[in-house]
Design a protein around this ligand. Structure first.
Ligand SMILES: [Zn+2]
Length: 343
């Protein structure tokens, strides 16, 4: 489900887009002043802008108020209708529910009739990898010789499941996931634009939990703003969102099992960048109780050693060093016990 914030923040023009500048430049030169290609494939993980690009292609071709650098205006009736999924010549097809060859044949034959409003009709097949081979073959015919007024766009999270013959007809763009710094800058720009007060620790926590997706980041932020009563601040949010990702815990416990001290230190440092030592210790003990990598016996051994941390912390000048040291000691204890059992 897309929450209102993700919808509201969806880029309305190319200049609203974060990243992907090479793709924007390439696309503009293909679309205007004359259309040079009619079949496109956008691939990449969820929530990073594949359908946004499709809408912007439609807007670029159809907006009457394009700027000098060929950006659609984003605010005219046509731009708005495309954005809201209400433009009759921009057809968004959920390929996951229209997988049957008859559906695709109907769509292809409808594409030959003239557009109702402007000069072009745009067909966007979302989740295109869900189409059957027969459906792809039905598309292939249209892709080989598309009517002059038609643009076909495939969007997929799984590029390799697109029939190779179809793929080879498309101009292909792979969208790379944003890095943490991109997501953080994006969220900070939203806070600035909407005068939202924030704690940087909560911004970082939201980014960490966003699964490298702009959409997930916005959805999480919206939840956080409800909880934080319009601000990204406070202890409640800190506790809810300052969770270290499961992947990082899995890495840490795997490193503990392997007595891989370098990796343990790396995981601890990464975690401590996200949350403070106290929060980390709380989550460490929780994660230990829930983890599936260590045996019950090993967990018990580690628990004794790690549950000492809160008590030691008050006496140590640098709690983060202490947490790391204690984990290393616990790992070595574990390794020693294992060796004893073997001999
Ligand atoms: Zn416009």
């Amino acid at each position: 489900m897309i929450l209102p914030m993700a919808r509201a923040m969806r880029p309305k023009t190319f200049s609203d887009l974060h990243g992907h500048q090479e793709i924007v430049t390439a696309l503009k030169s293909i679309l205007v002043p004359t259309l040079k290609h009619q079949t496109f494939l956008f691939s990449g993980p969820k929530g990073i802008g594949k359908t946004t690009f499709a809408r912007l292609i439609g807007q670029t071709l159809l907006c009457p108020n394009r700027s000098e650098n060929n950006d659609p205006c984003g605010s005219c009736d046509i731009c708005q209708a495309i954005q809201n999924g209400q433009y009759s010549d921009f057809l968004e097809i959920d390929a996951a529910s229209k997988t049957k060859v008859e559906d695709v044949r109907d769509l292809v034959s409808s594409s030959f009739s003239a557009p109702l409003q402007g000069a072009y009709k745009v067909y966007l097949f979302d989740e295109a990898h869900m189409l059957s081979t027969h459906s792809f073959n039905a598309l292939l015919k249209a892709f080989e010789e598309p009517p002059a007024h038609v643009i076909y766009i495939l969007a997929t999270t799984d590029r390799h499941k697109i029939l190779p013959t179809v793929r080879s007809r498309c101009l292909s763009f792979t969208l790379k996931p944003p890095c943490d710094a991109d997501l953080e800058a994006y969220l900070l720009s939203i806070c600035a634009a909407q005068s939202i007060n924030y704690d940087i620790a909560i911004i970082k926590a939201l980014v960490q939990n966003s699964d490298q997706s702009y959409r997930d980041l916005l959805n999480l932020t919206q939840h956080a703003l409800v909880l934080g009563q319009g601000a990204l601040q406070g202890e409640l949010l800190q506790n809810v969102f300052s969770a270290i990702s499961n992947t990082l815990w899995d890495r840490l416990w795997t490193a503990v099992v392997a007595s891989d001290l370098k990796n343990i230190q790396d995981c601890v440092r990464k975690s401590l960048q996200q949350v403070g030592p106290e929060q980390f210790t709380k989550q460490l003990l929780l994660s230990l109780a829930e983890n599936h990598i260590l045996s019950v016996e090993d967990r018990a051994i580690l628990y004794i050693s790690l549950s000492e941390i809160p008590r030691l912390m008050s006496a140590h000048p640098d709690p983060s060093v202490l947490v790391e040291m204690q984990l290393v000691v616990a790992t070595l204890t574990l390794a020693e016990k294992k060796n004893e059992n073997l001999s």
